[in-house]
Design a protein around this ligand. Sequence first.
Ligand code: NAX
Length: 336
Amino acid sequence: AKKPVSITITGAGGQIGYALLFRIASGAMLGPDTPVRLNLLEIPQGLRAAEGAALELQDSAFPLLSHVEVTDDPAVAFGGANLALLVGARPRTAGMERADLLQANGGIFGPQGRAINDHAADDIRVVVVGNPANTNALIAASNAPDVPRDRFTALTRLDHNRALGQLSVAVDSPVGDLRGVTIWGNHSATQFPDVAHATAGGDSVPALLAGRLGGPEGARSWLVDEFIPRVAKRGAEIIEVRGSSSVASAASAAIDHVHDWVLGTADRGWTSAGLWSEGAYGVPEGVICSFPAVAEGGTWRVVEGLEIDLFARHRIDASVAELVEEREAVRSLGLI
Ligand code: NAX
């Protein structure tokens, strides 16, 4: 029998955790032949909720689920971990300054980075879901000096999937036929969802949009006035309509991210992932930035050589500037 893959989920007693656990245990993330072991990390207040989820996991009798551990000790939770989904974070509350938010999250992702460094398996791969995801990933990576930096990633797949959903309707094409969409930058309102290189069933998306919207001008205003802001602010729209933040779609995106990282993007083209910048596309080294990315053999690689026009350049630069600002803020707080 295959050895179970050991997976740590932080914030496992929260909403996204609850949506994630059952899909991971069912095989949706690592495939139908890979047994999994789940280590659920919570803070003391969240332990009962995580324990309740563990009871329901048992009641689901998933054949692939070998063991579930619930703990509030990061050393135990990350012990031997092959994969970690860092979901638990400190949310921004009314009247909270950004420095306070970063400080509070530094208090979570610094120690978790150290615990990963000291206790995880050598092949550990980490995706940060908890916001501010890119900078939390940077804090964790910076506190895990023995772990290769490309093992720390931030989730922008939800933004990517949101863009696919919007485009699918706009060009009347199944999402499975769409290729070449990119989310650039930060998982925040400054992100840039880019369709300049996108295709639907092999046809150019910009050309399809121009055909439907009365020419390139019409396509451009739709992108600027509707598509980009709708994707970037979709989280707020979900809260308004649903009365609660994105949960199942966020869990689904995290599953997609890890699935593709481990099993490869193969012939499905590129996707988007928050990756440690090595300087591609003029993004300064050492910020965790969303790029067009493919995965092969368990490694993400930035898709290079895409032509970036002035419109795209300005938007990428604006989001990257925000990432650099966040990095300087956590640096001045001594968190990295
Ligand atoms: P919940 O508040 O339901 O759950 C968070 C859980 O984390 C709680 O149970 C809490 O006890 C636990 N927690 C807090 N600190 C912890 C620590 N130090 N160690 C372990 N557990 C800890 O929030 P939920 O709706 O599940 O969202 C979780 C995070 O995902 C939030 O930061 C949210 O902003 C972020 N999101 C990120 C998205 C992305 O695309 N990157 C989209 C969805 C979501 O907004």
